[in-house]
Design a protein around this ligand. Structure first.
Ligand SMILES: [Zn+2]
Ligand SMILES: [Zn+2]
Length: 59
């Protein structure tokens, strides 16, 4: 998916993708393709460092 506009996180790079959780437009730096989330949501979905094997889709 490709979007137009600026990254809503850094507001300095063109947005590449839209977060599937909050809808924020994010540039390549601030969009985590592996989880399809913006950096904000990705960090909330993966609390705690050193946890490589998080299952974020578990409810
Ligand atoms: Zn950005
Ligand atoms: Zn988000």
């Amino acid at each position: 998916m490709s979007v137009s506009g600026l990254c809503q996180i850094c507001e300095s790079r063109p947005a590449q993708e839209q977060c599937s959780n909050c809808g924020t437009l994010a540039c390549e730096v601030h969009f985590k393709e592996t989880v399809d989330l913006c950096a904000d949501c990705a960090s909330q979905a993966q609390p705690g460092p050193g946890n490589d094997d998080v299952e974020i889709n578990r409810f």
